[in-house]
Design a binder for this molecule. Structure first.
Ligand SMILES: Cc1cc2nc3c(=O)[nH]c(=O)nc-3n(C[C@H](O)[C@H](O)[C@H](O)COP(=O)(O)O)c2cc1C
Length: 260
């Protein structure tokens, strides 16, 4: 699948086949994609525990809980628990030095290492309390999760991210370190719904979201570009497709789902 079509097909799949196992090799490819995503200072704080329903204990699966449309967690063959490892932030000086040695950062190797020791690492250490509040680090975790999502779509899988309020129970039952913060649960499986999953979900108007130079100047949206992206199947037909309700009625019976 081309990248553009993968982006267009990337939607939340809330209905997964509970009986069709997901090959761990496919999950591995998702994790490999997440691992390669960019991260500030190369700190790589995004981590995951893959919960594989076939082999996980009840203690582990029962701690997974999501308050919104949580039926998904009970049925997904795989749930990836994505978490942020704050300990990784304390090792950022080592990661920066690795970048210099890999010749990704700086021009002269020794000069760059000296600059790190004298200037950059002390700067980051001083800013660490602010950095640990999260924003940029959590954004970078999102980049990795997004790459894993695209890899799932590429392999014919569907995913849905779920927020969870069960931080403490998940940390205890999955034996995560104290320095971990659970970010979200990702249900993974083969979609039980059609690949359109009802069509492209609504988005706010392009010009309302994106601007050129100043806030009062909407980024000009060229219709020729839109048509090109439609032809590449990145921009797909809007939801709901005419047969969506019939599909939802069918899924409700097949998966024994509540009305919400
Ligand atoms: C971080 C995050 C958390 C989410 N949590 C939930 C959730 O708890 N329950 C749910 O049904 N969908 C959840 N979603 C899915 C969104 O509601 C979904 O992305 C939205 O409906 C748009 O659909 P799309 O992803 O197909 O474009 C979550 C999505 C993200 C990115």
């Amino acid at each position: 699948m081309e990248v553009q079509e993968a982006i267009g097909s990337r939607r939340s799949f809330r209905f997964l086949l509970p009986h069709k196992p997901v090959e761990l090799e496919k999950v591995q490819k998702m994790l490999e994609a997440a691992r390669l995503a960019s991260f500030w200072g190369n700190v790589q704080a995004l981590r995951a525990v893959v919960v594989h329903r076939e082999t996980a204990t009840d203690e582990v699966t029962k701690s997974l809980f999501a308050p919104v449309a949580g039926f998904q967690v009970d049925r997904a063959p795989v749930v990836i628990v994505w978490y942020l490892e704050f300990q990784a932030l304390d090792e950022q000086g080592d990661r920066l030095k690795e970048l210099v040695r890999a010749r990704a950062l700086g021009i002269d190797e020794q000069g760059a290492l000296d600059f790190l020791d004298k200037t950059l690492i002390p700067f980051f250490e001083a800013a660490m309390p602010h950095i640990k509040e999260g924003a940029m680090t959590e954004m970078d975790c999102g980049q990795g999760i997004a790459q894993a999502t695209l890899m799932a779509i590429e392999q014919g899988l569907g995913t849905c991210l779920l927020g969870t309020t069960n931080q403490d129970a998940i940390k205890a039952n999955l034996r995560l370190p104290d320095t971990a913060k659970v970010l979200c649960l990702m249900c993974v499986g083969y979609p039980a719904e059609s690949k359109e999953a009802g069509g492209q979900r609504p988005r706010l108007p392009f010009g309302e979201m994106y601007k050129l130079n100043t806030y009062d100047n909407p980024f000009p949206r060229d219709e020729k570009v839109v048509d090109e992206l439609k032809a590449a199947r990145m921009i797909q037909a809007p939801a709901p497709l005419p047969w969506r309700q019939a599909e939802l009625d069918y899924l409700q019976k097949a998966l024994d789902l509540p009305n919400f």
